[in-house]
Design a protein. Structure first.
Length: 326
């Protein structure tokens, strides 16, 4: 009888262990959908997109790269993607309308420049009374340009003429290389090709001018937004990999540039090698970005508060990690 009970106990133990193993194997897979706009935000995650590191045994993810802001707005509105790379002010404005995302960190700290030709030392002084061809009216490029110009003393304030896109601004200077244009990376490096303006291109670094004006090193231009209900361990694991991805872009620029070519981002290798160092890629968590973000948003409020939803975001805007980032 004792022998029979022992056999029954062993069988029950084996069944229990098997059942536990079966439950683990049947754990629901988490499938993340990620969207990143082509340009500097996509370059921040290029290394990760190419190498596809594991985020856990039950996590799968796919990355979609898109052009322009319209797909980002649609993704926020529909909730179609779990993680979205977007301009920080765009994310703040849409979150203020009730979309269920949080700001998880910054990856681009400014990629804007003023470009022209024919100057020995191109500086803000050279803009006095001049026309500046700009793109992105009422968005980040316009906000930064206007903030910097407002903080500088001109005899005659420059006139801003807006075009619809960065490519149109490119076209203006290629037609007449004496024109002064607002430009962003990687489009700026396209102009620096030998077949375009080459070594004749003169630039003013608006990130440096922003620091001179505000006293803060730069502005959190583009960041990562995550759905509020995502598994926190998965998000934290993702952010760790993004920090590594950004680091690789800065450490091994040529390799990451080649990865972007392989992923068909649409820019030549030489352009990307030039653009990445001037894209100011750096991952900082939401908490570490907060002070710079509020400074940046403060200038947006002064210019047009509706561009971020009317006021500074509340604490609910910020994602908080629950483990130490590696």
């Amino acid at each position: 009888m004792k022998k029979l009970l022992s056999i029954i106990a062993i069988c029950m133990l084996v069944f229990t262990l098997s059942a536990c193993t079966g439950n683990d194997n049947n754990k629901d897979t988490i499938k993340l959908k990620i969207m990143a706009p082509i340009g500097t935000p996509a370059l921040a995650q290029t290394y990760m997109e190419k190498t596809m590191p594991s985020l856990g045994d039950y996590v799968e993810y796919e990355i979609e790269t898109v052009s322009g802001a319209d797909p980002l707005v649609a993704a926020f509105g529909s909730g179609s993607h779990d993680i979205i790379y977007a301009p920080t002010n765009l994310g703040a404005k849409l979150i203020s309308t009730g979309v269920d995302y949080k700001f998880a960190g910054t990856v681009v700290w400014g990629n804007l420049y003023i470009a022209s030709t024919g100057y020995e030392t191109f500086s803000l002084d050279d803009l006095d009374g001049k026309e500046i061809i700009a793109f992105g009216q009422n968005s980040t490029p316009d906000i930064v340009l206007q903030a910097v110009l407002s903080g500088y003393t001109f005899t005659t304030v420059p006139i801003i003429t807006y075009v619809d896109s960065v490519s149109q601004a490119q076209a203006e200077i290629l037609i007449d290389n004496t024109k002064i244009i607002l430009m962003a990376e990687p489009a700026l490096s396209v102009l620096g090709l030998p077949s375009k303006l080459g070594d004749n291109l003169d630039i003013i670094d608006l990130q440096v001018e922003w620091e001179n004006f505000t006293g803060t090193s730069s502005y959190p231009q583009a960041g990562i937004f995550v759905k509020s209900d995502l598994d926190q361990d998965v998000v934290d694991a993702y952010l760790i990999e993004i920090a590594k991805s950004v680091s690789q872009a800065n450490i091994d620029t040529a390799t990451v540039a080649q990865m972007a070519v392989d992923l068909e981002y649409g820019f030549p290798l030489g352009v990307l090698v030039s653009a990445i160092p001037r894209a100011n890629l750096e991952y900082k968590s939401a908490a570490d970005s907060k002070a710079a973000l509020e400074t940046y948003f403060g200038y947006i409020i002064d210019m047009n508060a509706t561009l971020i939803g009317g006021s500074l975001p509340t604490e609910d805007f910020y994602y908080t990690v629950n483990k130490i980032e590696e």
